[in-house]
Design a protein around this ligand. Structure first.
Ligand SMILES: Cc1cc2nc3c(=O)[nH]c(=O)nc-3n(C[C@H](O)[C@H](O)[C@H](O)COP(=O)(O)O)c2cc1C
Length: 294
């Protein structure tokens, strides 16, 4: 996750038994290099790097990942055909993030090892079709033979179990880990996530890159621009540069872009990543036992 998942969070998740991911999307190549090296020192467990493929210096990013021996790459926001074969030639496991059956099929054709199927509830950039996790997972399961990792709206053991009942082989959890001690997000943003209730996020800016964010002043300025009939150019100008950094990393809760999922309504506490994972697994096991007793 941009501005949240540096080496601290990724290594904490991996050390606790999950698969931690470093979010390359907010890092210059040399910054990513440092985060990978620190993560390698902080854990001897597997971890991965998430690479949004629209990244301007993508070639350099991929070279660094290969040079440093990263074993797992999650690609998003782009065509899975572009990098999958190259990464796999270097023995890297490739997972691609999709928001529809159509893109899931394309990812499978491109030869990825697994897909993340991310529903409309999810925080951050998302698909235009508004397909919820509840519908997307079984729909993808019908058409795809490779492993499916469900994402969007999962922050508890019960929702993890639900995703697996729907056909997922694993889950990707985003928003819950923003409100963790180890996330590099600004403390004010973490607090905002804890305070967010149901209905406090919205998917917007579909004309640019659809993104789910908290309804703050920036969000309301965007809505006013829509009402006034803003063109795509005017929306781009309003968004400007570095809005996400300004909000999530620098702590500007009014003017910044605050990316988070609907599930923020169920996040009530900032916790260490290891406790988040442990609590989810305890609840998952209890829910599974409860189900088998029905
Ligand atoms: C702050 C934030 C930043 C994110 N950045 C990325 C990113 O750079 N690349 C990506 O593939 N997904 C990104 N995501 C999406 C997550 O990886 C994950 O799929 C999503 O958060 C799952 O839904 P949830 O928020 O309901 O848990 C981001 C999500 C959040 C909340």
């Amino acid at each position: 996750m941009v501005w949240a998942s540096g080496w601290r969070l990724a290594s904490a998740v991996s050390n606790a038994g999950g698969l931690g991911l470093i979010g390359a999307g907010s890092m210059y190549p040399e910054v990513l290099q440092e985060h990978i090296q620190k993560c390698q020192q902080a854990t001897n467990k597997p971890f991965g790097v998430n690479v949004p493929m629209l990244y301007p210096e993508i070639d350099r990013i991929i070279d660094i990942i290969i040079e440093l021996g990263v074993q797992i790459v999650f690609t998003s926001a782009g065509n899975p055909k572009t990098w999958t074969a190259h990464l796999k030639e270097h023995g890297i496991t490739v997972v691609h993030v999709v928001s529809s059956v159509k893109f899931a099929k394309k990812a499978q054709e491109a030869g990825v090892d697994a897909i993340v199927a991310e529903g409309f509830e999810a925080g951050g950039h998302n698909g235009r079709d508004e397909t919820t996790t509840l519908v997307l997972i079984p729909a993808v399961k019908e058409k795809i033979g490779i492993p499916i990792i469900a994402a969007g709206g999962i922050a508890t053991g019960r929702s993890m179990l639900a995703a697996m009942v729907l056909g997922a082989d694993g889950v990707q959890i985003g928003s819950r880990f923003v409100a963790s001690d180890e996330a590099s997000s600004h403390d004010l943003f973490k607090q905002k996530v804890v305070e967010a209730g149901e209905g406090d996020t919205q998917l917007t800016l579909k004309e640019l890159a659809p993104v789910r964010l908290i309804k703050n002043k920036f969000y309301h300025d965007v809505q006013k621009a829509y009402k006034d009939g803003a063109s795509v150019e005017q929306l781009k100008e309003l968004l400007g540069r570095a809005r996400a950094k300004r909000g999530m990393f620098e702590g500007d809760m009014e003017e910044g872009e605050l990316e988070i999922g609907q599930v923020s309504a169920l996040i009530h506490e900032i916790k260490p990543a290891a406790r988040i994972l442990a609590d989810i697994l305890v609840e998952f096991e209890a829910a599974k036992t409860g189900m088998s007793e029905l």
